[in-house]
Structures are given as structure tokens and as C-alpha cells.
Write a protein that binds this ligand. Sequence first.
Ligand SMILES: *[C@@H]1O[C@H](CO)[C@@H](O)[C@H](O)[C@H]1NC(C)=O
Length: 184
Amino acid sequence: MALVKATRTTLSIAAAVLMAMVVAAAANKDADALSALRGGLKDPDGALNSWDPNLVDPCTWFYVTCDGDNRVIRLDLGNLKLSGPLAPELGQLERLRFLEVFDNNIQGQIPPELGGLTNLVGLDLRNNRISGPIPLALGNIQSLKFLNLSNNDLCGTIPTNGAFSNIPPSSFANNPRLHPGGKC
Ligand SMILES: *[C@@H]1O[C@H](CO)[C@@H](O)[C@H](O)[C@H]1NC(C)=O
């Protein structure tokens, strides 16, 4: 009887340890994605100095908001003088709801991988220097409600598929090379 009890206790401790490991691994995956983003950016003011990859999870980092499971749900990186590209690894932040990177000097293209963010509600990239086409994959995000890509250097045609059907024209304003039939 005592042996059974001890075995049960051992098993439930093992299960708890396993759960903790699963949670930590998921948090590390988020940290890896954020570290990839930081690695590609220029950050003249050191805004992201708190993004220490040696920490167990990224929830203590500035401008990062997590849910109760220590998973990243918001990135608020507006107006931090950041330049460089948005890392495709951002597409791995599977619980991300808001990606706010407005008023910076972000260059390069919008990674199509962002289309895999199935919980994304808001994507604000206005007032940067982002070029290339708008990925059709963003239309797959059923949760997407707020999108603003105005004041960039995007090209091609504004997509109308899926989530794009509810996004107003002002979200795309001031991208001189973005117009019907526009070529990239
Ligand atoms: C997008 O941003 C521009 C520039 O700040 C603003 O004028 C426009 O109203 C915004 N549109 C939406 C839908 O947020």
C-alpha cells in the first residue's frame, strides 16, 4: 500500500516536472524568436538591452507582454528608433495577439511567416521603410482586426482575400508603389 502511494507520488512529481519542462520549452521558443528579431535589428538607444537570452523566459523583458502561461501575447516596439528587418521567426510566436512596431525605421519585407500567427488581432507597422509586396498569407489570419501599413514603401496590389476584406483603405495609405495592378 505504502509502495503504491509512493509510486503515485513519484509519478505525479514526474508529471509536474514534465509539464514544467514543456512550459519552459515553449517560453524558450518565444525567447528564441525574439532573440532572432533583436539580432537583426539596429538599436541605437539600447531599447532592447533587457532582452537577455540567458533568462528562462522573455516575460521580464521590456516591451514584451505574456499571458499566464508565460507565453508572449504582445510586442510593443513603437517609436524606439529601430532599423533593420522583421525576422521571419516572429511567425513562431504562436500566441501573439498584438505586434506593434510603428514609428521606426524598419526595412526589408513583411515576412510571409506572419501569416501563421493564428491569434494575431493587431499588426501596426505604420511609419517605417518596409518594402516589397503585402503577403497574401496575412489574409489567412481570421482573428486580424487592426492592420496599419501606411507610410511605407510597399509595392504591388492590396490583397482582398480573407481578413483583408475588413481592412479600410487608410491602413495602406502613403505607399506610392502600392496600387491596383502595381508591379514590384
Ligand atoms: C493608419 O495610420 C495612418 C497614419 O497614422 C492614419 O492616418 C490612418 O487613419 C490609420 N488607419 C487605420 C485604419 O488605423
